[in-house]
Design a protein around this ligand. Structure first.
Ligand SMILES: Cc1ncc(C[n+]2csc(CCOP(=O)(O)OP(=O)(O)O)c2C)c(N)n1
Ligand SMILES: [Mg+2]
Length: 791
């Protein structure tokens, strides 16, 4: 190990006497026992419904027991929000139990159906979890954007959690690039209410990390403007270092390869001595003997004395973190994976489970018996007193419900007779910005593509957000865009890191929960880069966040930009991601209705986020206005929101076919219907699918709902859209995306389906050229209809 930053020993003395460290230590030991036993019970004793292993992580948990116990029992405040590395969830369970916030019956229900989730889950766990984790790097980055969202809400409404946003993460999580994207994002710079605590056990899943380079990692944080605290050597080691000749011991440890140092955690005293003495000359050997003399019989324990397990040091580090409020703090806490267990420091201990004998020995060493092993501390003990005080301190006031914002029934039709959905979005935002009550809560966010996703007009009106007023340097320039950044702004501009965008959007979509303030967060990004942000989108949806994500432009309709910018498989993502409704309107008013519906839905308990897949293709709006006239505005609006509407009615004679399309390719589908009528005598009903997602899930729900005695089978919106004489007609589905996304329509309609779409990578060209190349030109759609009609 090498040292290149001041460690705690050079900055401070012993821990504050205000803390009863002996009682805290005793609690930590019990937390360790419970965390280990929670995993053990689930694996060895609970009857299982299958032959698969249950799993759980005793070593990863042990590594973080000291840090988490010190945090929860002695430092954390009710206003703080915490994200915990996934594999230490049993430590949280043990603490929540000892704090009286988790019923004892759950301790035997880790990874059980309806029990404690494997990894902390906001939406699935039976106790309050602030941040879900599981996919390393995501849950740990999210609180940094939570701190950002808190600052945004504070500058607009004066509301704040008033606390810190804390991530406790594994050291190997720092391999994930998205964490560094978050650290480097300029808007996260001054967030003094953000704290990261790195569990530096120098092990990942498979191995001891070679050359962990902690100093280098710390340096990265420091150059990004973070306050860095290092918790390296524990008190006993520091004492040994300070004795005469202690520098030799320190040098030997520091120069040792990481893998060798790790191997000493489970070694005998003799083996540790041998390793320390191996490369020492006679003089150094004599010096080392002298330094180690007071530790006779406990040399191994001395070597394993790391700051991340020294409760006094940890509390001091927390104090240091508090002393800096103008930037985020990261604490690098050196720990041992498997600390206190017989598997401590073993390279392969990540998923190792203690044997029955090891558990028995550990129980006994913990002063427990099978009869008392799940007990909390008896009243009147110092431990119970500390825990009760912590529980009282951590008690949160009832959650402030966000005041419901009234959403207007209608807004003026956006734009002229020809417009794109992307342009319509820009104009709709301006319309919404005129609505007091609602406008203040609209916030847009974009990763350096605001202007190219048509947010310019909105930005001019709403301003750019920054925690502090920013000078304007180019005020004299005749730019159509006014870029004025201030705490009043309502557009958040981020760097080009789409994962940051969706994590931040996810946090803005949770302010109704964290701060009791409803926001309407709308993020824009180029649709192909939904792929880059995908896991963050899933993370935010899984966290129960409610936001609007606009992927625009999308598909090969973005003809001249070429294949790298033409998204294919995003419709499938939209349909398949729970907690997220995907809609792909073609017309401006279709978009307006979907948007207004979403603004209401975002405020509903259990409401979903909305993913809008938009386009820059100018679309003649007349066919939609004709549909309004035919169907009536209110009925058509209900259809649009339910997922689809009838756009073209068939003529009376000839063969009949259904054409079902969405988004930018609807005009080609209408043209195909005209071709079929004029040249083939085939009459097509054109169904416009505003939300393929709602159509799919509506159909699925209807078909899977059990038909009970006397009841008739449920009817889905898709069923209702078709007339009785249209049932059984063949269907051609058309989408500017993977054909697979709408192929379900064949099953849904119980008929033959020819799915059209883009199943090869796109390329540069004119729109008609590309539609022809990928089989989406009117002629190709008409041909597909004829083949669907073939017997
Ligand atoms: C994105 C992602 N990739 C892979 C995994 C599988 N995985 C779980 S834990 C882990 C190693 C984590 O090491 P570290 O963060 O250092 O945690 P600790 O050593 O404390 O267990 C890996 C690779 C995961 N959970 N998430
Ligand atoms: Mg690790």
């Amino acid at each position: 190990m090498t040292v290149d930053v001041p460690t705690l020993q050079t900055r401070a003395g012993d821990a504050s006497p205000a803390h009863d460290l002996a009682a805290l230590e005793s609690i930590a030991r019990r937390v360790l026992w419970l965390a280990v036993r929670i995993v053990d019970y689930a694996n060895r004793e609970r009857p299982s419904g299958d032959d698969l292993k249950v799993g759980g992580h005793q070593a990863s948990s042990a590594s973080m027991v000291s840090l988490l116990t010190a945090l929860y029992v002695a430092d954390l405040q009710a206003s703080d929000r915490v994200s915990l590395k996934p594999h230490a969830s049993p430590v949280l369970h043990a603490l929540e139990y000892l704090l009286g916030r988790l019923d004892r019956s759950y301790l035997t229900r880790l990874r059980d159906f309806g029990g404690l989730q494997s990894y902390p889950s906001r939406t699935k766990d039976p106790f309050v979890v602030d941040y879900s984790t599981g996919s390393v790097g995501l849950g740990s980055a999210a609180p940094l954007f939570g701190a950002l969202a808190d600052r945004y809400v504070q500058s607009h409404f004066g509301a704040s959690t008033g606390g810190r946003f804390i991530s406790l993460l594994g050291d190997a999580e720092l391999d994930e690039g998205n964490l560094w994207e978050a650290v480097l994002e300029p808007l996260t710079r001054g967030l003094g209410n953000a704290l990261w605590i790195v569990d530096l056990n120098r092990q990942s899943l498979d191995r001891v990390v070679p050359g962990i380079r902690a100093g280098e990692l710390e340096g990265h944080f420091r150059t990004a403007g973070w306050h860095v605290v290092e918790l390296k050597y524990g008190r006993r080691l520091r004492e040994a270092f300070s004795r005469d000749g202690g520098d030799v011991l320190r040098r030997r440890i520091d120069e040792m390869p990481n893998e060798q140092y790790q191997s000493l955690f489970g070694a005998s005293d003799d083996a540790v001595r041998e390793a320390l003495f191996a490369a020492a000359d006679a003089r150094d050997r004599r010096t080392l003997e002298g330094v180690l003399a007071p530790h006779e019989g406990a040399v191994q324990a001395l070597i394993a004395d790391l700051g991340g397990h020294d409760l006094g040091d940890i509390l001091e580090a927390f104090e240091l973190a508090r002393s800096v409020a103008d930037r985020p703090t990261v604490i690098f806490a050196y720990t041992i994976k498997g600390y206190g267990l017989e598997i401590a420091g073993r390279p392969q201990n990540h998923s190792a489970l203690l044997t029955a004998d090891q558990i028995d020995r550990f129980r006994e060493a913990s002063g427990l018996t099978p009869a008392t092993e799940w007990d909390a501390f008896p009243e009147q003990t110092a431990e119970a007193g500390l825990l009760a005080a912590a529980a009282a301190r951590l008690e949160r006031p009832p959650r402030r419900s966000a005041v419901r914002v009234e959403v207007p029934a209608r807004i003026a039709p956006a734009g002229g007779s020809t417009t794109s959905t992307q342009a319509a979005l820009g104009r709709l935002l301006l319309d919404l910005s005129r609505l007091p009550g609602l406008a203040e809560r609209l916030v847009t966010i974009s990763p350096d593509v605001s202007v190219s996703t048509n947010l310019g007009g909105w930005i001019n009106k709403a301003g750019v957000w920054h925690p502090e007023d920013q000078p304007v340097y180019d005020a004299t320039e005749a730019s159509p865009l006014r870029w004025k950044a201030s705490p009043q702004g309502r557009h958040i501009e981020m760097g080009i890191a789409e994962m940051n965008l969706v994590l931040a959007l996810g946090q803005l979509g949770l302010t109704w929960d964290y701060q009791g303030e409803q926001l309407f967060p709308i993020g824009t990004l180029y649709d192909p880069f939904v792929m880059r942000a995908l896991e963050g989108i899933v993370y935010s949806a899984y966290s129960g966040s409610r936001f609007i994500l606009c992927g625009t432009p999308s598909g090969i309709s973005l003809s001249r930009e070429g294949g790298a910018h033409q998204s294919l498989n995003t419709p499938g993502i939209g349909i398949e991601t729970p907690g997220l409704t995907y809609a792909e309107p073609c017309y401006a008013r279709e978009l307006a209705w979907l948007l207004l519906d979403a603004l209401n839905g975002l405020q509903d308990e259990g409401g979903e986020a909305l993913y809008l897949r938009l386009s820059t293709k100018p679309i003649d709006q007349r066919p939609f206005e004709d549909a309004v006239t035919r169907r009536g505005e209110e009925a058509l609006r209900r259809d649009v929101v339910a997922g689809g509407f009838r756009l073209r009615e068939p003529g009376a004679s000839g063969d009949r076919v259904i054409l079902a399309a969405c988004g930018a390719i609807v005009p080609e589908t209408l043209a195909a219907a005209e071709l079929l009528a004029s040249e083939e005598g085939v009459e097509a009903t054109v169904i416009c699918l505003s939300s393929p997602d709602r159509i799919y899930h509506g159909w699925r729900a209807a078909t899977t709902r059990p038909v009970t005695d006397g009841a008739t089978r449920s009817v889905s919106h898709l069923d209702r859209l078709l007339r009785s004489e249209e049932r059984g007609l063949p269907v051609v589905s058309v989408i500017d995306g993977s054909s697979h996304a709408l192929a379900f329509l064949g099953s849904a309609l119980g008929t033959r389906c020819v799915p059209l779409g883009v199943d090869r990578f796109g390329q540069t060209g004119s729109q008609p050229e590309l539609y022809a190349e990928y089989g989406l030109a009117p002629e190709a759609i008409a041909t597909a209809a004829l083949s669907a009609l073939e017997p």
